[in-house]
Design a protein around this ligand. Structure first.
Ligand code: FAD
Length: 356
């Protein structure tokens, strides 16, 4: 039996793929329902279309343009992104996992290991039981208890994301704000529809304060706030993702793009590789090397950006206006990087000067 700890998108997708391959797979999720609480903006790049079919039941919006603002510059870029209802997306993946034969145990919290098994607690009755497992997968998010119990957690760093669903009038573009308005990361306005948007910020420090200030800048009235959400975004670094029969995937393995905080596409891609390794054999570390190379590049770009002043961001946005087409696929940055530099060599000089 393969025990998947965590019924988020990555755990459900992994269980779906494993069950399709005929494996006996069980998801243990601590919450009473799949998909809640939501801690996500739900922006996905077109790469998602290669991984799952986009169904009407979770698709909210398709977005073709993003406006990127710095203090004194603005540029519009083409994108090919979708906005999903995260709760419905997770539920869809859980439905597919069940259909393929996976068992989902709700109110079931992983506490640790005992001999060759795991200890699961019923969160209602508080009763504990030991479950035998041939392999254990931690798909249990940023603060992964599986990573902690198996000694793979190490030292981790996080951004704190804070956002609200807000009523108003929104067009079909989303907006990104860079620089001192949201130090260390960025702020966003992502329309779910023409009447509702997700407005948020993320950063390493003072995210709540930065968020309040951003709502003021955007002239958001308290009465238009429908709900608020907050959550942790792991800052990617190479960590140990397997030890004996224990594996980590998704946020538990920090598989998140450091430029944007997007973790769903890389997490699902890694889950796909892990499903192959667990059913057909193979080295998970080697299988995800391509994904890690992309994540490494995102983390290097983030390190560059961390040194940026408002003036640097103004300059960067103006330079990037010349490579709009090449930037369109941000999941394949390694592939695009060469084309970008060839087309805009001044970008390389600028980055070298800025990164002292
Ligand atoms: C504010 C914010 C905005 C974001 N926006 C985007 C975005 O626009 N696009 C994007 O791609 N990504 C975004 N992300 C990141 C994205 O939400 C994560 O990368 C994604 O949820 C990772 O999925 P996962 O299944 O690995 O982990 P999670 O979604 O965290 O799921 C982990 C699951 O494990 C369960 N669990 C935890 N501990 C235990 C335990 N001990 N026992 C049993 N179950 C347990 C949890 O209840 C949860 O259901 C955002 C994150 C934040 C915080």
């Amino acid at each position: 039996m393969i025990a998947v700890i965590g019924g988020g998108p990555v755990g459900c997708f992994l269980a779906w793929k494993l069950a399709e391959k005929g494996k006996d797979v069980h998801i243990f999720e601590e919450h009473p329902v799949i998909g809640k609480p939501v801690q996500c903006t739900g922006i996905l790049t077109k790469e998602i279309r290669k991984i799952v079919d986009i169904e009407d039941e979770f698709l909210l919006n398709e977005i073709k343009k993003v406006k990127v603002y710095s203090k004194r510059a603005l540029s519009e870029f083409e994108v090919d992104d979708i906005v999903i209802d995260r709760a419905k997306f997770d539920k869809y993946l859980a439905k597919m996992a069940r259909k393929a034969g996976a068992k989902i145990h709700l109110n079931s919290k992983f506490l640790g290991y005992e001999d060759d098994g795991i200890i699961i607690q019923d969160t209602k009755s508080k009763r504990k039981k030991r479950v035998d497992a041939d392999a254990i997968v931690g798909a249990d998010g940023p603060l992964s208890e599986v990573a902690k119990s198996s000694g793979m957690y190490g030292k981790r760093d996080f951004y704190v994301g804070v956002q609200a669903r807000v009523k108003g009038n929104f067009d079909d573009r989303y907006e990104v704000y860079l620089g001192s308005i949201a130090p260390g990361f960025f702020a966003w306005v992502v329309p779910e529809s023409s009447r509702i948007a997700r407005i948020g910020v993320a950063g390493k420090k003072y995210s709540s304060k930065v968020f309040k200030r951003f709502l003021d800048v955007k002239n958001i009235d308290k009465k238009d706030i429908i709900s608020k959400q907050a959550g942790l975004i792991p800052v990617w670094k190479k960590v140990k993702i397997s030890k004996g029969n224990v594996f980590l995937v998704g946020d538990a393995a920090m598989q998140v793009k450091a430029t944007t905080g997007g973790g769903i596409v890389p997490g699902l891609k890694a889950a796909d590789k892990l499903a192959d390794c667990l059913s057909d054999g193979g080295d998970y570390g080697k299988a995800v090397r391509g994904i890690e190379n992309e994540l490494w590049l995102h983390s290097k770009i983030r390190q560059f950006l961390n040194n940026f002043s408002d003036r640097d961001y103004d300059k960067l946005i103006r330079l990037l206006s010349g490579v709009k087409k090449e930037l369109k696929n941000r999941d394949m940055l390694l592939r695009s990087a060469f084309k970008i530099i060839l087309k805009q060599p001044r970008l390389l000089l600028f980055l070298r000067k800025t990164y002292k």
